[in-house]
Design a protein around this ligand. Structure first.
Ligand code: UN1
Length: 499
Protein backbone atom coordinates (compact mmCIF):
# COMPACT_ATOMS: atom_id res chain seq x y z
CA UNK A 1 0.00 0.00 0.00
CA UNK A 2 1.31 3.41 -0.94
CA UNK A 3 0.46 6.43 1.15
CA UNK A 4 -0.25 9.86 -0.22
CA UNK A 5 -0.59 12.47 2.53
CA UNK A 6 -3.43 14.97 2.22
CA UNK A 7 -2.19 18.41 1.26
CA UNK A 8 -5.58 19.95 0.65
CA UNK A 9 -6.37 23.62 0.86
CA UNK A 10 -6.08 23.45 4.65
CA UNK A 11 -5.68 27.14 5.22
CA UNK A 12 -8.76 28.12 3.28
CA UNK A 13 -11.17 30.29 5.26
CA UNK A 14 -14.22 28.23 6.30
CA UNK A 15 -17.62 29.68 5.47
CA UNK A 16 -20.75 29.58 7.61
CA UNK A 17 -23.97 28.09 6.22
CA UNK A 18 -27.49 28.49 7.53
CA UNK A 19 -30.68 26.51 7.51
CA UNK A 20 -33.16 26.95 4.66
CA UNK A 21 -36.63 27.55 6.05
CA UNK A 22 -39.65 29.09 4.29
CA UNK A 23 -37.49 30.08 1.33
CA UNK A 24 -34.80 31.85 3.36
CA UNK A 25 -31.27 30.99 4.43
CA UNK A 26 -31.04 31.82 8.13
CA UNK A 27 -28.87 31.02 11.14
CA UNK A 28 -30.14 28.65 13.84
CA UNK A 29 -32.43 30.44 16.30
CA UNK A 30 -29.85 29.80 19.01
CA UNK A 31 -27.16 31.38 16.82
CA UNK A 32 -25.03 28.28 17.38
CA UNK A 33 -22.93 26.64 14.72
CA UNK A 34 -21.14 23.32 14.37
CA UNK A 35 -17.84 22.77 12.64
CA UNK A 36 -17.38 20.19 9.91
CA UNK A 37 -13.88 18.83 9.29
CA UNK A 38 -12.25 16.97 6.44
CA UNK A 39 -11.87 13.29 7.43
CA UNK A 40 -8.64 13.12 5.41
CA UNK A 41 -7.15 15.95 7.46
CA UNK A 42 -8.77 16.96 10.69
CA UNK A 43 -6.94 20.33 10.67
CA UNK A 44 -9.06 21.43 7.76
CA UNK A 45 -12.47 22.94 8.54
CA UNK A 46 -14.80 22.40 5.58
CA UNK A 47 -17.43 24.79 6.89
CA UNK A 48 -19.55 25.91 9.83
CA UNK A 49 -23.20 24.97 9.85
CA UNK A 50 -26.29 25.99 11.74
CA UNK A 51 -26.61 23.88 14.87
CA UNK A 52 -30.38 23.89 14.93
CA UNK A 53 -32.82 22.96 17.66
CA UNK A 54 -36.48 22.05 18.13
CA UNK A 55 -37.47 25.68 17.51
CA UNK A 56 -35.96 25.61 14.02
CA UNK A 57 -37.58 22.25 13.33
CA UNK A 58 -40.93 23.74 14.38
CA UNK A 59 -40.47 26.66 11.98
CA UNK A 60 -39.49 24.31 9.15
CA UNK A 61 -42.47 22.02 9.68
CA UNK A 62 -44.82 25.05 9.84
CA UNK A 63 -43.38 26.35 6.57
CA UNK A 64 -43.75 22.93 4.93
CA UNK A 65 -47.31 22.61 6.19
CA UNK A 66 -48.24 26.04 4.86
CA UNK A 67 -46.58 25.39 1.47
CA UNK A 68 -48.32 22.02 1.15
CA UNK A 69 -51.71 23.72 0.78
CA UNK A 70 -50.80 24.99 -2.68
CA UNK A 71 -47.96 22.65 -3.71
CA UNK A 72 -50.21 19.59 -3.46
CA UNK A 73 -52.47 21.04 -6.17
CA UNK A 74 -49.66 22.34 -8.38
CA UNK A 75 -49.32 20.85 -11.83
CA UNK A 76 -47.00 17.85 -12.02
CA UNK A 77 -45.61 19.48 -15.19
CA UNK A 78 -44.50 22.53 -13.23
CA UNK A 79 -42.88 20.27 -10.61
CA UNK A 80 -41.13 18.40 -13.42
CA UNK A 81 -39.83 21.70 -14.81
CA UNK A 82 -38.33 22.63 -11.47
CA UNK A 83 -36.64 19.23 -11.11
CA UNK A 84 -35.25 19.53 -14.65
CA UNK A 85 -33.93 22.98 -13.92
CA UNK A 86 -32.37 21.83 -10.64
CA UNK A 87 -30.69 18.98 -12.52
CA UNK A 88 -29.21 21.46 -15.01
CA UNK A 89 -28.02 23.79 -12.25
CA UNK A 90 -26.40 20.95 -10.33
CA UNK A 91 -24.90 19.51 -13.52
CA UNK A 92 -23.10 22.78 -14.22
CA UNK A 93 -21.60 22.55 -10.71
CA UNK A 94 -20.54 18.89 -10.72
CA UNK A 95 -16.80 19.62 -10.50
CA UNK A 96 -17.13 21.90 -7.43
CA UNK A 97 -19.87 19.98 -5.65
CA UNK A 98 -18.09 16.66 -6.26
CA UNK A 99 -14.91 18.10 -4.81
CA UNK A 100 -16.68 19.49 -1.75
CA UNK A 101 -18.39 16.14 -1.25
CA UNK A 102 -14.97 14.50 -1.22
CA UNK A 103 -13.62 17.08 1.23
CA UNK A 104 -16.41 16.47 3.70
CA UNK A 105 -17.10 12.74 3.22
CA UNK A 106 -13.70 11.36 2.23
CA UNK A 107 -14.63 9.19 -0.76
CA UNK A 108 -12.30 9.65 -3.72
CA UNK A 109 -12.77 12.58 -6.09
CA UNK A 110 -13.83 10.18 -8.82
CA UNK A 111 -16.54 8.83 -6.51
CA UNK A 112 -17.52 12.33 -5.33
CA UNK A 113 -17.97 13.44 -8.92
CA UNK A 114 -19.68 10.18 -9.83
CA UNK A 115 -22.16 10.53 -6.99
CA UNK A 116 -22.97 14.14 -7.88
CA UNK A 117 -23.54 13.06 -11.49
CA UNK A 118 -25.84 10.37 -10.19
CA UNK A 119 -27.85 12.97 -8.25
CA UNK A 120 -28.34 14.90 -11.50
CA UNK A 121 -29.63 11.73 -13.18
CA UNK A 122 -31.98 11.07 -10.28
CA UNK A 123 -33.44 14.59 -10.47
CA UNK A 124 -34.02 14.08 -14.21
CA UNK A 125 -35.56 10.67 -13.70
CA UNK A 126 -38.14 12.07 -11.25
CA UNK A 127 -38.88 15.01 -13.52
CA UNK A 128 -40.02 12.35 -15.99
CA UNK A 129 -41.71 10.23 -13.33
CA UNK A 130 -43.84 13.23 -12.25
CA UNK A 131 -45.48 13.10 -15.67
CA UNK A 132 -46.34 9.39 -15.65
CA UNK A 133 -49.90 8.08 -15.14
CA UNK A 134 -50.90 8.25 -11.49
CA UNK A 135 -54.10 6.28 -11.26
CA UNK A 136 -56.30 3.66 -12.85
CA UNK A 137 -59.70 3.50 -14.38
CA UNK A 138 -61.90 0.54 -13.30
CA UNK A 139 -65.13 -1.00 -14.52
CA UNK A 140 -68.03 -0.63 -12.08
CA UNK A 141 -71.17 -2.67 -11.34
CA UNK A 142 -73.04 0.42 -12.39
CA UNK A 143 -72.34 1.00 -16.08
CA UNK A 144 -72.79 4.77 -15.66
CA UNK A 145 -70.28 5.12 -12.86
CA UNK A 146 -66.91 6.60 -13.63
CA UNK A 147 -64.70 4.66 -11.21
CA UNK A 148 -61.03 5.51 -10.89
CA UNK A 149 -58.14 5.81 -8.49
CA UNK A 150 -55.74 8.67 -8.16
CA UNK A 151 -52.46 8.86 -6.32
CA UNK A 152 -52.34 11.81 -3.97
CA UNK A 153 -49.49 13.24 -1.95
CA UNK A 154 -49.12 12.49 1.77
CA UNK A 155 -48.28 15.91 3.21
CA UNK A 156 -45.15 16.99 5.08
CA UNK A 157 -42.42 14.36 4.77
CA UNK A 158 -39.27 14.11 6.92
CA UNK A 159 -36.20 13.11 4.90
CA UNK A 160 -33.42 11.86 7.17
CA UNK A 161 -30.25 10.82 5.36
CA UNK A 162 -26.82 9.29 6.05
CA UNK A 163 -23.37 10.68 5.36
CA UNK A 164 -22.12 7.89 3.08
CA UNK A 165 -24.07 9.03 0.00
CA UNK A 166 -24.57 12.67 0.97
CA UNK A 167 -26.11 13.76 -2.34
CA UNK A 168 -27.48 10.65 -4.10
CA UNK A 169 -29.63 9.43 -1.20
CA UNK A 170 -31.09 12.89 -0.40
CA UNK A 171 -31.82 13.31 -4.14
CA UNK A 172 -33.57 9.96 -4.42
CA UNK A 173 -35.78 10.75 -1.44
CA UNK A 174 -36.43 14.47 -1.99
CA UNK A 175 -37.01 14.35 -5.76
CA UNK A 176 -39.90 11.84 -5.66
CA UNK A 177 -41.36 13.43 -2.51
CA UNK A 178 -41.58 16.76 -4.37
CA UNK A 179 -42.50 15.28 -7.76
CA UNK A 180 -45.62 13.69 -6.25
CA UNK A 181 -46.74 16.84 -4.43
CA UNK A 182 -45.38 16.50 -0.89
CA UNK A 183 -43.42 19.11 0.97
CA UNK A 184 -40.21 18.24 2.76
CA UNK A 185 -38.18 18.92 5.88
CA UNK A 186 -34.70 17.59 5.18
CA UNK A 187 -32.34 16.64 8.01
CA UNK A 188 -29.00 15.57 6.54
CA UNK A 189 -26.33 13.66 8.46
CA UNK A 190 -24.46 16.10 10.69
CA UNK A 191 -21.18 14.91 9.14
CA UNK A 192 -22.11 15.98 5.59
CA UNK A 193 -24.14 19.20 5.73
CA UNK A 194 -22.28 21.03 2.94
CA UNK A 195 -23.37 18.62 0.22
CA UNK A 196 -26.93 18.93 1.54
CA UNK A 197 -26.70 22.73 1.26
CA UNK A 198 -25.55 22.37 -2.37
CA UNK A 199 -28.47 20.12 -3.30
CA UNK A 200 -30.98 22.45 -1.65
CA UNK A 201 -29.41 25.48 -3.35
CA UNK A 202 -29.89 23.87 -6.77
CA UNK A 203 -33.55 23.09 -6.04
CA UNK A 204 -34.20 26.53 -4.53
CA UNK A 205 -32.58 28.31 -7.47
CA UNK A 206 -34.63 26.19 -9.85
CA UNK A 207 -37.74 27.93 -8.50
CA UNK A 208 -39.24 25.80 -5.73
CA UNK A 209 -41.82 27.93 -3.92
CA UNK A 210 -40.93 28.96 -0.35
CA UNK A 211 -41.54 26.26 2.23
CA UNK A 212 -41.76 23.34 -0.22
CA UNK A 213 -38.27 22.15 0.75
CA UNK A 214 -36.70 23.09 4.09
CA UNK A 215 -33.23 22.16 5.29
CA UNK A 216 -32.47 21.90 9.00
CA UNK A 217 -28.90 21.00 9.95
CA UNK A 218 -27.87 19.81 13.40
CA UNK A 219 -27.57 16.74 15.58
CA UNK A 220 -29.87 13.72 15.69
CA UNK A 221 -30.97 14.65 19.21
CA UNK A 222 -31.65 18.34 18.56
CA UNK A 223 -33.09 18.10 15.05
CA UNK A 224 -33.86 14.48 14.11
CA UNK A 225 -35.86 13.63 17.25
CA UNK A 226 -38.22 16.62 17.29
CA UNK A 227 -38.67 16.28 13.52
CA UNK A 228 -39.75 12.64 13.50
CA UNK A 229 -41.98 13.18 16.56
CA UNK A 230 -43.80 16.19 15.13
CA UNK A 231 -47.42 15.14 14.58
CA UNK A 232 -47.62 17.31 11.45
CA UNK A 233 -44.96 15.15 9.78
CA UNK A 234 -47.03 12.39 8.19
CA UNK A 235 -44.22 10.31 6.70
CA UNK A 236 -40.57 9.59 7.44
CA UNK A 237 -38.01 8.24 5.02
CA UNK A 238 -34.71 7.22 6.58
CA UNK A 239 -31.48 5.57 5.49
CA UNK A 240 -29.00 4.68 8.20
CA UNK A 241 -28.29 2.34 11.08
CA UNK A 242 -30.48 -0.48 12.33
CA UNK A 243 -30.43 1.06 15.83
CA UNK A 244 -31.96 4.33 14.65
CA UNK A 245 -34.25 2.34 12.36
CA UNK A 246 -35.61 0.43 15.37
CA UNK A 247 -36.33 3.70 17.23
CA UNK A 248 -38.06 5.11 14.20
CA UNK A 249 -40.27 2.03 13.92
CA UNK A 250 -41.50 2.71 17.47
CA UNK A 251 -41.98 6.44 16.94
CA UNK A 252 -43.80 5.96 13.65
CA UNK A 253 -46.00 3.16 15.01
CA UNK A 254 -46.98 5.23 18.06
CA UNK A 255 -48.23 8.13 16.06
CA UNK A 256 -49.27 6.36 12.86
CA UNK A 257 -46.72 7.92 10.50
CA UNK A 258 -45.84 6.24 7.21
CA UNK A 259 -42.29 4.91 7.39
CA UNK A 260 -39.62 3.84 4.96
CA UNK A 261 -36.33 2.44 6.21
CA UNK A 262 -33.11 1.51 4.43
CA UNK A 263 -30.77 -0.07 6.94
CA UNK A 264 -27.68 -2.25 7.05
CA UNK A 265 -26.32 -5.10 5.01
CA UNK A 266 -23.92 -8.03 5.29
CA UNK A 267 -23.78 -8.61 1.60
CA UNK A 268 -22.31 -11.83 0.22
CA UNK A 269 -20.46 -12.47 -3.01
CA UNK A 270 -20.44 -16.19 -3.82
CA UNK A 271 -17.53 -17.25 -6.01
CA UNK A 272 -18.03 -20.68 -7.55
CA UNK A 273 -15.20 -22.84 -8.89
CA UNK A 274 -16.19 -22.23 -12.52
CA UNK A 275 -16.13 -18.42 -12.21
CA UNK A 276 -13.81 -16.20 -14.23
CA UNK A 277 -11.60 -15.45 -11.23
CA UNK A 278 -9.99 -12.32 -12.62
CA UNK A 279 -13.45 -10.88 -13.30
CA UNK A 280 -14.77 -11.92 -9.87
CA UNK A 281 -11.67 -10.42 -8.23
CA UNK A 282 -12.27 -6.97 -9.70
CA UNK A 283 -15.89 -6.93 -8.57
CA UNK A 284 -15.28 -8.34 -5.09
CA UNK A 285 -12.47 -5.88 -4.39
CA UNK A 286 -14.38 -2.91 -5.74
CA UNK A 287 -17.60 -4.04 -4.04
CA UNK A 288 -15.90 -4.36 -0.68
CA UNK A 289 -13.42 -1.49 -0.73
CA UNK A 290 -14.71 1.44 -2.79
CA UNK A 291 -16.01 4.31 -0.66
CA UNK A 292 -13.75 2.73 1.98
CA UNK A 293 -16.32 -0.04 2.41
CA UNK A 294 -18.88 2.44 3.71
CA UNK A 295 -21.87 1.45 1.61
CA UNK A 296 -24.81 -0.47 3.01
CA UNK A 297 -24.54 -2.45 -0.24
CA UNK A 298 -20.80 -3.17 0.18
CA UNK A 299 -19.60 -6.75 -0.17
CA UNK A 300 -18.40 -7.90 3.24
CA UNK A 301 -18.44 -11.68 2.80
CA UNK A 302 -16.72 -13.55 -0.03
CA UNK A 303 -18.19 -17.07 0.07
CA UNK A 304 -15.73 -19.13 -1.92
CA UNK A 305 -15.65 -22.72 -3.19
CA UNK A 306 -12.84 -24.58 -1.42
CA UNK A 307 -11.42 -25.84 -4.72
CA UNK A 308 -10.32 -22.34 -5.71
CA UNK A 309 -10.11 -20.68 -2.33
CA UNK A 310 -6.32 -20.63 -1.94
CA UNK A 311 -5.76 -19.12 -5.34
CA UNK A 312 -8.61 -16.63 -5.03
CA UNK A 313 -7.61 -15.54 -1.53
CA UNK A 314 -4.07 -14.93 -2.71
CA UNK A 315 -5.39 -12.87 -5.63
CA UNK A 316 -7.55 -10.87 -3.19
CA UNK A 317 -4.64 -10.23 -0.84
CA UNK A 318 -2.38 -9.05 -3.66
CA UNK A 319 -5.00 -6.76 -5.15
CA UNK A 320 -6.09 -5.28 -1.82
CA UNK A 321 -2.50 -4.75 -0.69
CA UNK A 322 -1.84 -2.76 -3.86
CA UNK A 323 -4.75 -0.35 -3.30
CA UNK A 324 -3.49 3.19 -2.91
CA UNK A 325 -4.81 4.70 0.32
CA UNK A 326 -4.47 8.43 0.77
CA UNK A 327 -5.79 11.90 0.15
CA UNK A 328 -9.06 11.35 -1.72
CA UNK A 329 -8.51 14.55 -3.72
CA UNK A 330 -5.36 13.03 -5.20
CA UNK A 331 -6.26 11.48 -8.57
CA UNK A 332 -4.09 8.42 -7.85
CA UNK A 333 -5.86 7.54 -4.61
CA UNK A 334 -8.20 4.55 -4.65
CA UNK A 335 -9.22 4.45 -0.98
CA UNK A 336 -9.87 7.52 1.15
CA UNK A 337 -10.34 7.80 4.91
CA UNK A 338 -13.32 6.61 6.93
CA UNK A 339 -15.88 9.24 7.79
CA UNK A 340 -14.20 10.29 11.07
CA UNK A 341 -11.75 9.32 13.79
CA UNK A 342 -14.39 7.50 15.75
CA UNK A 343 -15.26 5.32 12.77
CA UNK A 344 -11.59 4.58 12.07
CA UNK A 345 -10.95 3.57 15.69
CA UNK A 346 -14.11 1.49 15.74
CA UNK A 347 -13.18 -0.42 12.56
CA UNK A 348 -9.58 -1.00 13.72
CA UNK A 349 -11.06 -2.21 17.04
CA UNK A 350 -13.41 -4.62 15.24
CA UNK A 351 -10.45 -6.02 13.31
CA UNK A 352 -8.60 -6.70 16.60
CA UNK A 353 -11.67 -8.24 18.10
CA UNK A 354 -12.11 -10.57 15.11
CA UNK A 355 -8.45 -11.58 15.32
CA UNK A 356 -8.84 -12.39 18.99
CA UNK A 357 -11.94 -14.42 18.21
CA UNK A 358 -9.83 -16.61 15.92
CA UNK A 359 -10.26 -15.17 12.43
CA UNK A 360 -7.12 -15.14 10.33
CA UNK A 361 -6.11 -11.58 9.45
CA UNK A 362 -4.24 -11.78 6.14
CA UNK A 363 -3.60 -8.09 5.57
CA UNK A 364 -4.49 -4.59 6.78
CA UNK A 365 -6.83 -3.43 9.52
CA UNK A 366 -4.46 -1.02 11.27
CA UNK A 367 -4.71 2.76 11.57
CA UNK A 368 -2.27 4.36 9.14
CA UNK A 369 0.56 6.76 9.86
CA UNK A 370 3.24 7.83 7.40
CA UNK A 371 1.78 11.22 6.67
CA UNK A 372 -1.80 9.97 7.10
CA UNK A 373 -2.06 10.45 10.86
CA UNK A 374 -4.12 13.64 10.49
CA UNK A 375 -6.89 11.62 8.84
CA UNK A 376 -9.21 8.71 9.65
CA UNK A 377 -7.26 6.16 7.64
CA UNK A 378 -7.39 2.39 8.08
CA UNK A 379 -5.55 -0.09 5.86
CA UNK A 380 -8.04 -2.24 3.89
CA UNK A 381 -8.33 -5.57 5.66
CA UNK A 382 -8.76 -9.13 4.45
CA UNK A 383 -9.60 -12.07 6.70
CA UNK A 384 -9.39 -15.72 5.68
CA UNK A 385 -11.15 -18.76 7.12
CA UNK A 386 -14.01 -16.72 8.56
CA UNK A 387 -16.57 -18.59 10.64
CA UNK A 388 -19.95 -17.63 9.17
CA UNK A 389 -21.49 -17.53 12.66
CA UNK A 390 -18.84 -15.25 14.15
CA UNK A 391 -19.36 -11.54 14.70
CA UNK A 392 -17.19 -10.88 11.63
CA UNK A 393 -19.43 -13.20 9.62
CA UNK A 394 -22.68 -11.70 10.92
CA UNK A 395 -22.37 -8.00 11.81
CA UNK A 396 -22.05 -5.01 9.52
CA UNK A 397 -18.68 -3.34 10.22
CA UNK A 398 -19.14 -0.50 7.72
CA UNK A 399 -15.51 -0.21 6.73
CA UNK A 400 -12.88 -1.68 4.38
CA UNK A 401 -13.01 -5.20 5.77
CA UNK A 402 -13.64 -8.34 3.72
CA UNK A 403 -13.97 -11.83 5.16
CA UNK A 404 -13.48 -14.97 3.09
CA UNK A 405 -15.71 -17.90 4.06
CA UNK A 406 -14.87 -21.35 2.64
CA UNK A 407 -17.69 -23.64 1.42
CA UNK A 408 -17.81 -27.08 -0.16
CA UNK A 409 -20.85 -26.76 -2.38
CA UNK A 410 -23.38 -24.44 -3.93
CA UNK A 411 -25.91 -25.64 -1.33
CA UNK A 412 -23.61 -24.69 1.53
CA UNK A 413 -22.87 -21.36 -0.13
CA UNK A 414 -26.61 -20.58 -0.26
CA UNK A 415 -27.13 -21.58 3.37
CA UNK A 416 -24.25 -19.40 4.52
CA UNK A 417 -25.31 -16.49 2.31
CA UNK A 418 -28.83 -16.50 3.79
CA UNK A 419 -27.82 -17.11 7.41
CA UNK A 420 -27.68 -13.46 8.45
CA UNK A 421 -30.30 -11.03 9.71
CA UNK A 422 -29.75 -8.71 6.73
CA UNK A 423 -30.89 -9.10 3.12
CA UNK A 424 -29.92 -6.05 1.11
CA UNK A 425 -27.81 -7.12 -1.88
CA UNK A 426 -25.97 -10.23 -3.02
CA UNK A 427 -23.76 -11.43 -5.88
CA UNK A 428 -22.76 -14.71 -7.44
CA UNK A 429 -19.86 -15.28 -9.84
CA UNK A 430 -20.32 -18.31 -12.09
CA UNK A 431 -20.68 -19.39 -15.72
CA UNK A 432 -23.38 -21.90 -14.78
CA UNK A 433 -26.77 -20.55 -15.82
CA UNK A 434 -28.68 -23.07 -13.72
CA UNK A 435 -26.84 -22.06 -10.56
CA UNK A 436 -27.19 -18.38 -11.36
CA UNK A 437 -30.94 -18.83 -11.72
CA UNK A 438 -31.17 -20.87 -8.53
CA UNK A 439 -29.25 -18.14 -6.72
CA UNK A 440 -31.54 -15.40 -8.03
CA UNK A 441 -34.54 -17.43 -6.83
CA UNK A 442 -33.29 -18.54 -3.41
CA UNK A 443 -31.17 -15.68 -2.14
CA UNK A 444 -32.86 -13.58 0.53
CA UNK A 445 -31.87 -10.17 -0.79
CA UNK A 446 -33.71 -7.23 -2.29
CA UNK A 447 -31.05 -6.61 -4.95
CA UNK A 448 -29.37 -9.51 -6.73
CA UNK A 449 -26.36 -9.47 -9.05
CA UNK A 450 -25.01 -12.23 -11.24
CA UNK A 451 -21.37 -11.64 -12.23
CA UNK A 452 -21.30 -8.06 -10.90
CA UNK A 453 -20.58 -6.40 -7.57
CA UNK A 454 -23.14 -5.99 -4.75
CA UNK A 455 -23.24 -2.14 -4.65
CA UNK A 456 -25.03 0.02 -7.17
CA UNK A 457 -28.60 1.18 -7.67
CA UNK A 458 -29.93 2.53 -10.95
CA UNK A 459 -32.64 5.16 -10.44
CA UNK A 460 -35.31 3.53 -12.62
CA UNK A 461 -35.57 0.28 -10.63
CA UNK A 462 -36.72 -0.41 -7.07
CA UNK A 463 -33.99 -0.47 -4.43
CA UNK A 464 -34.22 -1.94 -0.96
CA UNK A 465 -33.57 -4.95 1.21
CA UNK A 466 -35.31 -7.97 2.64
CA UNK A 467 -35.32 -9.05 6.30
CA UNK A 468 -33.50 -6.65 8.66
CA UNK A 469 -32.28 -4.40 5.83
CA UNK A 470 -35.47 -2.43 5.31
CA UNK A 471 -39.12 -1.96 6.18
CA UNK A 472 -40.33 -3.85 3.09
CA UNK A 473 -40.97 -0.63 1.22
CA UNK A 474 -38.73 0.10 -1.75
CA UNK A 475 -37.14 3.29 -2.96
CA UNK A 476 -36.54 4.63 -6.47
CA UNK A 477 -38.11 3.65 -9.78
CA UNK A 478 -41.88 3.23 -9.83
CA UNK A 479 -41.70 2.05 -6.21
CA UNK A 480 -41.09 5.62 -5.07
CA UNK A 481 -44.64 6.53 -6.01
CA UNK A 482 -45.99 3.86 -3.67
CA UNK A 483 -44.27 5.38 -0.70
CA UNK A 484 -44.72 9.07 -1.44
CA UNK A 485 -48.40 8.91 -2.38
CA UNK A 486 -51.65 7.45 -1.09
CA UNK A 487 -54.58 6.08 -3.10
CA UNK A 488 -57.93 7.78 -3.46
CA UNK A 489 -60.79 5.80 -5.05
CA UNK A 490 -63.40 7.95 -6.76
CA UNK A 491 -66.94 6.93 -7.80
CA UNK A 492 -68.65 9.47 -10.02
CA UNK A 493 -72.27 8.92 -10.94
CA UNK A 494 -74.28 11.15 -13.21
CA UNK A 495 -77.00 13.10 -11.39
CA UNK A 496 -80.54 11.76 -11.95
CA UNK A 497 -82.18 13.32 -14.97
CA UNK A 498 -83.94 16.56 -13.97
CA UNK A 499 -87.69 16.38 -13.92
C1 UN1 B 1 -25.18 2.05 -3.98
O1 UN1 B 1 -24.84 0.91 -3.71
O2 UN1 B 1 -24.69 2.68 -4.92
O3 UN1 B 1 -26.48 3.73 2.18
C2 UN1 B 1 -26.22 2.73 -3.20
C3 UN1 B 1 -26.19 2.95 1.28
C4 UN1 B 1 -27.32 2.49 0.39
C5 UN1 B 1 -27.19 3.03 -0.99
C6 UN1 B 1 -26.24 2.25 -1.80
N1 UN1 B 1 -28.58 2.94 0.93
O4 UN1 B 1 -25.07 2.57 1.13
Amino acid sequence: MVASPPMADAQQEAETYGTYIAGEWRPATSGETMENRNPANRDEVVGRFASSSAEDVDAAVSAAEEAYRTWRFSSPMSRANILHKAANILEARIPEVGRELTREEGKTLKEGIGETTRAVQILRYYAGEAQQPSGEHYPSVNPHTLLYTSREPLGVVAVVTPWNFPIAIPAWKIAPALAFGNTVVFKPASLTPLTAVRLVEALAEAGLPAGVLNLVTGSAGNVGDPLVRDPRVVAITFTGSNETGAELRRTAAERGAKLQLELGGKNPAIVLADADLEHALGHVVSGSMMSTGQKCTATSRAIVDRRIIDRFTEMLADRIKALKVGDPLDAETQIGPLIDERAADRVAGEVDRAKQAGAELLIGGQRLGNGLERGAFVAPALFGGVDPDSRLGQEELFGPVLGVIPVDSMEEAMTVANQVKFGLSASIFTRDLGRALAFAREIEAGVVHVNSETPGAEPQVPFGGMKGSSSYSREQGKAARDFFTQVKTVYIDPPPPSA
